[in-house]
Design a protein around this ligand. Structure first.
Ligand SMILES: NC(=O)c1ccc[n+]([C@@H]2O[C@H](COP(=O)([O-])OP(=O)(O)OC[C@H]3O[C@@H](n4cnc5c(N)ncnc54)[C@H](OP(=O)(O)O)[C@@H]3O)[C@@H](O)[C@H]2O)c1
Length: 247
């Protein structure tokens, strides 16, 4: 009998995280859903069960909590079948820097959730993957890691940081047959983008984005930018050393 994938996703209560969970549910996966909003997690759990997940467990988790993140990883590793196949560090926020407020709280929150949230999610699963000599680690960065969007320096910096973590972890973990895929989405429909009042170029539907992301993870892509239209734009801007300040 074919073994079911075991997938852990943070930020699974909405947007990209919930869409990824529902796509994996269609494959009959065993899924761990983590986020802070319990009611939303319960709804996604029930959707995943309806769509065919083998088992779904929810974790009420703030990804900035190191201790709790380790406990959750341990619990999920032992759930149903021993081990872990895919870990997706997706939780994130896009607060503006609040520079004029004189208070660094908001930018610090962005940096903490978006950077420490990734290390707290990924690192606790590494020993098990090393033992198995298999696994996929996935980091959700952003096209903002290639740009310099005004007022969102903390967000852009956090996404640069996690992309670089992915680049180094890929090299560190290659010998254990652990893949690291960094995904850099452009604009994808979600609670995060629903608040934007400007026209978002190449805005992509959430389910389609999740399907494409899963394909990229399955084909062990190193860095995956979507929608595709951003790839030439980013490549050209890097070639000419320009900062994309309007995106
Ligand atoms: N949508 C886009 O266009 C876009 C583009 C580039 C990158 N991204 C990245 O994609 C990821 C998902 O974003 P999204 O667009 O799907 O936005 P979203 O719908 O707002 O989802 C964000 C998720 O992160 C969770 N989260 C936030 N802070 C958390 C914390 N401290 N602990 C645990 N979970 C936390 C939220 O759940 P709770 O509030 O329930 O905790 C929610 O499930 C983010 O990393 C974002 O930066 C999105």
């Amino acid at each position: 009998m074919e073994s079911k994938l075991k997938v852990f996703i943070t930020g699974a209560s909405s947007g990209i995280g919930s869409a990824l969970a529902e796509e994996y549910a269609k494959q009959g996966a065993i899924i761990g859903l983590a986020a802070r909003r319990r009611d939303k997690l319960q709804k996604i759990k029930s959707n995943c069960e309806t769509l065919g997940a083998e088992a779904v467990v929810t974790y009420n988790l703030d990804v900035t909590n190191e201790e709790e993140s380790m406990n959750v990883a341990k619990d999920f590793t032992h759930l149903k079948k021993e081990g872990i196949d895919v870990v997706i560090a997706n939780a994130g926020v896009a607060f503006s820097d609040g520079l004029s407020s004189g208070n660094p709280k908001q930018i610090n929150q962005t940096l903490a959730i978006n950077i420490l949230g990734v290390t707290n999610t990924i690192v606790p699963f590494v020993p098990e993957m090393k033992k198995q000599k298999s696994g996929s680690l996935v980091i959700i960065s952003s096209i903002a890691s290639f740009t310099a969007p005004p007022y969102f320096g903390g967000y852009a910096a956090s996404k640069v940081a996690v992309r670089r973590l992915g680049d180094t972890w890929r090299r560190s973990l290659k010998k254990y047959k652990i893949d690291v895929t960094t995904i850099c989405p452009g604009y994808i429909k979600s609670e995060m983008t629903d608040v934007n009042e400007f026209k978002m170029p190449f805005l992509m539907d959430t389910d389609l984005a999740a399907q494409k992301m899963i394909k990229a993870i399955e084909s062990r892509k190193k860095t995956y930018i979507l929608p595709w239209q951003w790839r030439p734009i980013i490549a050209l801007s890097r070639l000419f050393g320009q900062k994309l300040s309007k995106i």
